[in-house]
Every structure is written in structure tokens, then in C-alpha cells.
Design a protein around this ligand. Structure first.
Ligand code: EPU
Length: 427
């Protein structure tokens, strides 16, 4: 296993280009199962969650051709299996999208309980509620979730919780169901709109994505297409925080500034100066970091995936900040690691009270999940001294070329191998 070695204290300067959105890619890849022909997917991020999705498609019998580093041609016309076994499913949470896509295409799917970040309980009751409303039956047997329908028929679904995954899965299952499906109280994240746009490019009739109600008129057949994935809002936000905390000046390129608004608004209040261009934002800071109160909420609220990164920024604000996690039960596990770096944070349930300190100091730390890991990288970039971050596999699930991109901005970061300790050496 490798680790990151980061010497902090250098302001980040220059330009960075943002990759395609992870959370759109991991839904769009399974959605290719619905096409009646080859799809060309552009702007795919080169990250391990995407590799895991492609691996699953390949194992099912899809023909996958790499056209360039970020473009794949995927032909799912000759799929031989409708099952995603345990060893593949556990690699990432988003394997649940194979349920909706396989159900939509074949009327049957069997997917092992998904893995992914441990952020507290991650139920899928709302996904199953939508499948059942469309006429499917579900059962959990031997760690596998099985869904099956003789015929899928459009229906009205009111979600009890706003869920990104359930909204997308319901769309995947409904696009070829008979008649009209109305989904209410849906998620509105930019990647929901991206998946709907992809489905429409394949011939589906999905309207209203990005609002609280999505209407889907079932179509008989869908076709292959060429589609380019939107830029990753959270990767962009991560570099924006890194530029702000280090007092740098960074042009974050290949973004959709509108998608960044909830992040931009908070960063400006914290003291960042942000200029928006058509497809880029420039972020710099010269003054102090101001404390903030933040509560994470579904889009267009402040995104939970930015919460650990924003908390890191607030550890060095001049005053007290309150961060409330509104989505996940257990998203403060990284706080213990930040305390090792000199942060002053008290967590009570879903609320963290952060007392700003003058600076963070380097420490050996461990990434507990994807965004927590990214947050520790940002903390290390700002801290005095050399930090080592272990368990970086979590970070590589979602950040393409993190080391190269940060080096390009002048950061002192290296990836080094941790030699395996033998029993003899340990004694
Ligand atoms: N929930 C239910 N029942 C369900 C589904 C969700 O109660 O059937 C609850 C969850 O327990 C949670 C809330 O609803 O409290 C929101 O969960 P959601 O379903 O929206 O999350 P998700 O689809 O599993 C995606 C992202 C996460 C991101 C959340 C929230 C993907 C692959 N993952 O997860 O991203 O935090 O939406 O925006 O799209 C990350 O990228 O680091 C990450 C964790």
C-alpha cells in the first residue's frame, strides 16, 4: 500500500483542470446497459470507482474499447449475465445502479450488497420502493439483493427521503416501463440532470430532472449514443478549498460555475476571492480566513461531500465555526485525524464545533473515507512540516491524478510505497 508524503506551507499557484464527475460516471456506465447499441462515453475520470464499474460491465459480457484516456466505447448488446457478484459489488457503493439498469433492460437483477465509504447506515429502502411501485418484487438472499418483474409499468412514486441513488435508480428502471412514471421529492444534484440527459440522448423521455418532480414516459427501445460527462463539482470544490487555505491563486478549469455556487458562496464568506468565467473559476485569498456556520443539505444546499474539506478550512479560521451534517449519520470520523494535526474540534452527534487555531502542524494520519482523505491532503498542504497520509486507496476512488495535479500547482507531495513488514522484522 502506498502513502502520500506532503510538506505543507506552500501557496498553490497556477492552473488545474477538473476531470469528469465521479458520481455521474458511476451511474452513466451501468446506464449503458439500457442501450440497444454501442455508447461512446467521453470525459470519464480515470479513478478506481470508474475502473470498478467498467470491470463489472466487462464481466457481464459488455464489449469495452478504450478510445482514449478518458473515452470508452461500450457495447452492452450481448450481455451474458444479470448478476453482480460480491467481490465486484463490494468495491464500490454505486454498484447498486446495476439493479435499476438491469431491471430496466432485462426485468431481473441480482447485485451483492454494495460496499463504499462508511458514513453510517446506508439503506436502499427508497430504491426498492421505486422498483416495487413499478411492479418488481425484491428479496435479499445470501447477501444478494434480487429484483424481478414480469413487466414494468409506470407509476407514481413519492420518495420519503431525498436520495441521489434512489432517484437515479428509479429513472433507470422506469425509462422502458410501460406508460408514465412520476417521481416526486427527488434529488436535484447536477449529476441527476446529467444522467437524465444521457438517458434522453439514448432515446428516453425524461423531463423535469433538476426540479422536485421527474416525469418519465416509457419508451419501447433505446439506442447507443455519444455523451460527455459533466465536470466533477466536488473535485473542483476540493481544489478551491486547497487554494483558499494555502493563500494561493488557482485557475480551476473545465468546470460549470453554476454547479459550484453553493461552494463558491461559502468560500467567499470565508474570505476567498472568486472570479467566474464561462468554464473556469479563479480562486485566491490574501486576507484572513473567517469562521462560518454550515449545514449540509441536498442540492442546491451545501454538499455533504464538501463538508470534511470545508471543516479543514475552518480549523484555521479566526474564530468559532459550527458545521452540521444534514445527510449522513457518521461523517466526522476524520476529526480525530485532524486533532492529531493540532485542530481544535468538538463533535456532538451531527454537529462539529471548530475553534480556529493559528496553524495546523504535520502528523502521520489515515484516510478514513474518500472525502475525509481529500480533506487530510488539504490539511497537510496547509500544515507546518511533513505529513504522511495512509490508506490512500480511498482517495484514489474519486480523485484523478491527485499527485500530478497538485504538483502542477507547486505543492510538495509525493506518493511513496510502504514496504510490507514481515513477521521476522516485527519481532
Ligand atoms: N437514504 C435512505 N434510504 C435510501 C437511500 C438513502 O434513507 O433508500 C438516506 C441515506 O441514509 C442518507 C440520505 O438518504 O442519509 C442521502 O443518501 P443518498 O441516497 O442521496 O446517497 P447515495 O446516493 O448513496 C450519493 C453519493 C455520495 C453523496 C450522497 C449525498 C454516489 C455514488 N454517491 O450517495 O457521494 O454523499 O449521494 O449527496 O453518487 C462521495 O462521493 O464521497 C459520496 C459519498
Amino acid at each position: 500500500m502506498d502513502k502520500f508524503v506532503i510538506t505543507g506551507g506552500k501557496p498553490l499557484m497556477g492552473e488545474v483542470s477538473i476531470s469528469g464527475a465521479k458520481n455521474a460516471a458511476v451511474a452513466i456506465l451501468p446506464a449503458t446497459l439500457l442501450a440497444g447499441g454501442p455508447c461512446v462515453i467521453e470525459n470519464l475520470p480515470n479513478i478506481s470507482d470508474v475502473a470498478a464499474s467498467v470491470h463489472i460491465l466487462h464481466e457481464m459480457g459488455a464489449q469495452v474499447k478504450m478510445l482514449d484516456a478518458h473515452t470508452l466505447q461500450i457495447d452492452t448488446t450481448r450481455i451474458t449475465s444479470t448478476e453482480v457478484p460480491n467481490e465486484l459489488s463490494r468495491q464500490m457503493r454505486a454498484s447498486y445502479y446495476f439493479l435499476g439498469a438491469l431491471l430496466g433492460r432485462f426485468g431481473t437483477a441480482s447485485v451483492a450488497m454494495p460496499g463504499g465509504c462508511n458514513l453510517g447506515p446506508r439503506p436502499i429502502d427508497q430504491h426498492l420502493k421505486a422498483f416495487t411501485a413499478l411492479g418488481a418484487e425484491d428479496a435479499v438472499r445470501g447477501g444478494m439483493i434480487n429484483v424481478e418483474a414480469e413487466r414494468l409499468e409506470g407509476n407514481h412514486v413519492f420518495f420519503d427521503t431525498v436520495s441521489v441513488g434512489a432517484t437515479i435508480n428509479a429513472m433507470l428502471a422506469a425509462v422502458m416501463a410501460e406508460g408514465m412514471t412520476v417521481l416526486e421529492n427527488v434529488a436535484k444534484e447536477p449529476h441527476i440532470v446529467d444522467v437524465a440527459n444521457f438517458l434522453n440522448t439514448m432515446g428516453a423521455d425524461v423531463r423535469g430532472a433538476g426540479t422536485d418532480v421527474i416525469k418519465i414516459r416509457g419508451v419501447k427501445k433505446m439506442h447507443g449514443c455519444t455523451y460527455s460527462i459533466i465536470p466533477d463539482q466536488i473535485e473542483a470544490g476540493s481544489y478551491m478549498v486547497a487554494a483558499t487555505i494555502t493563500g494561493g491563486n488557482v485557475l480551476v478549469k473545465n468546470v460549470i460555475p453554476k454547479h459550484l455556487e453553493p461552494i463558491t458562496a461559502k468560500l467567499e464568506r470565508a474570505g476567498a476571492l472568486i472570479e467566474e468565467y464561462d468554464d473556469a473559476v479563479r480562486v485566491c485569498r490574501t486576507g484572513k480566513i473567517e469562521p462560518l456556520n454550515i449545514k449540509t443539505m441536498p442540492h442546491p444546499g451545501f454538499p455533504t461531500d464538501m463538508q470534511p474539506l470545508m471543516s479543514v478550512l475552518l480549523t484555521v479560521a479566526r474564530g468559532t465555526s459550527i458545521v452540521t451534517e444534514g445527510i449522513w449519520e457518521n461523517r466526522f470520523r476524520y476529526v480525530d485525524e485532524l486533532i492529531r494535526m493540532g485542530a481544535n474540534i468538538q463533535v456532538d452527534g451531527r454537529v462539529a464545533v471548530i475553534e480556529g487555531v493559528p496553524e495546523l502542524s504535520a502528523a502521520p494520519v489515515r484516510a478514513t473515507d474518500l472525502r475525509a482523505g481529500a480533506a487530510l491532503v488539504v490539511a497537510a498542504l496547509a500544515a507546518r512540516g511533513t505529513s504522511e497520509i495512509e490508506e490512500i486507496g480511498h482517495i484514489e476512488r474519486g480523485y484523478e491524478d491527485l499527485v500530478q495535479k497538485l504538483q502542477g500547482l507547486g505543492a510538495d507531495i509525493r506518493r511513496v510505497s510502504i514496504p510490507e513488514q514481515t513477521l521476522a522484522q516485527a519481532l
